[in-house]
Design a binder for this molecule. Structure first.
Ligand code: ADP
Length: 230
């Protein structure tokens, strides 16, 4: 496990311009057009890589998810370029942001600095699955890989399509840390399977499903599990 220093000098905020990413591949361009939905402060130095464009949580959704965790210690287990981490850092007591890819963690540090919240985050490069036994927190936020932009080509997204391990195993690991678990999932996720996760837990957990829309279109589902409401 490598702990990243929360140092401002590590990586300066770089200047960005609208032109900076406007020459990207057509695949990314589709996401680039929505850049202000992803980061309202995009022009102030936000940095992304290609995978980041596909997987970052739109800001409006991340704000809502963070509001549910106000004042808590949150672990953002697959933090990517930091869309959720930033919003948690604004309202939570502290955040542990984990990603297996050092490049993603660098980008997340930069992006958290753009929003002025990097000091409230412990950035960790590591495999969440391996780190789990050593983690402590009030709420676990799971936004695991959905398998790239193809996730919505299936009619019903199943728990075993999640990576790096299936959703059932992931949930079990998460529960060993806290019963307060938030999962950010594709809009076509099998809701019966989510209910199964809740009632198969011992004791059974409550489950609240939130539909996440941006611009009036359903983008994703957030599942809030807890003994009581998180
Ligand atoms: P999506 O399929 O939703 O686009 P990604 O493939 O971008 O998701 O994955 C989300 C993030 O999770 C990425 O930043 C990736 O580096 C990170 N990640 C993948 N596996 C692990 C892991 N075992 N532990 C921590 N982070 C991980």
């Amino acid at each position: 496990m490598q702990l990243k220093k929360r140092s401002r000098s590590k990586k300066g905020i770089r200047n960005s311009s609208i032109e900076r990413d406007n020459g990207t591949s057509p695949k990314v361009k589709k996401y680039w057009i929505q850049r202000y939905d992803l980061f309202s402060r995009y022009d102030e130095g936000i940095e992304m890589d290609e995978e980041g464009w596909y997987s970052v949580t739109p800001e409006e959704i991340a704000i809502k998810q963070a509001e549910r965790c106000r004042g808590k210690v949150v672990i953002d287990c697959f933090s990517g370029v930091g869309g959720n981490t930033i919003q948690f850092a604004k309202v939570c007591s502290s955040v542990i942001a984990i990603d297996i890819d050092p490049k993603k963690v660098e980008l997340a540090i930069n992006n958290a600095m753009v929003y002025g919240v990097a000091d409230n985050v412990d950035f960790v490069v590591g495999d969440f699955i391996k780190l789990a036994p050593s983690l402590k927190g009030d709420v676990l936020f799971l936004s695991p890989p959905w398998g790239g932009p193809m996730y919505n080509k299936v009619e019903s997204f199943k728990m075993d399509m999640l990576q790096p391990i299936d959703g059932y195993s992931l949930f079990q690991i998460a529960q060993s840390i806290t019963p307060n678990i938030i999962m950010f999932l594709p809009r076509n996720v099998d809701l019966d399977q989510l209910e199964e996760l809740a009632w198969l837990s011992s004791p059974p957990l409550t489950l609240e499903i939130e539909e996440n829309c941006v611009g009036g279109r359903l983008k994703a589902i957030t599942a809030y599990f807890s003994y009581n409401a998180v």
